[in-house]
Write a protein that binds this ligand. Structure first.
Ligand SMILES: [Zn+2]
Length: 115
């Protein structure tokens, strides 16, 4: 069964629990595990890897983002900049018979997804 997520790549999110609480960043990637969905947020939850010098690298410290559980982040509305939950609505698509499903901010009712 596919896991439903109301957060997508390039969304701005705020971390709402854990040691990174309060940090804000852009979603770089969604990582789907067996049961869980996690997100990699730009410059949040950095872990340091120490690498040994080798033929192709000078070695040293390498920082990279570790994934966060999706339940630990909240979407930030690009319109009202509030932490929000999303509703869905359908908008008609010109030239197509099918309406398109878009996300809507529950706080300001603005459409989150671009047309
Ligand atoms: Zn909003």
């Amino acid at each position: 069964m596919a896991i439903k997520a109301n957060i997508k790549k390039d969304d701005r999110v705020e971390v709402i629990s854990g040691k990174n609480r309060g940090k804000v960043g852009r979603v770089k990637k969604l990582v789907a595990d067996k049961k869980r969905l996690r997100v990699i947020v730009e410059n949040v939850n950095l872990i340091t890897r120490h690498t040994k010098p080798g033929p192709n690298s000078p070695g040293g410290k390498l920082e990279k983002e570790a994934p966060l559980d999706i339940s630990n982040v909240a979407l930030l509305c690009p319109k009202c900049h509030e932490r929000t939950r999303v509703a869905h609505t359908f908008v008609p698509v010109v030239g197509s018979g099918k309406p398109r499903k878009v996300r809507v901010c529950k706080k300001c009712s603005e459409q989150i997804d671009e047309k």
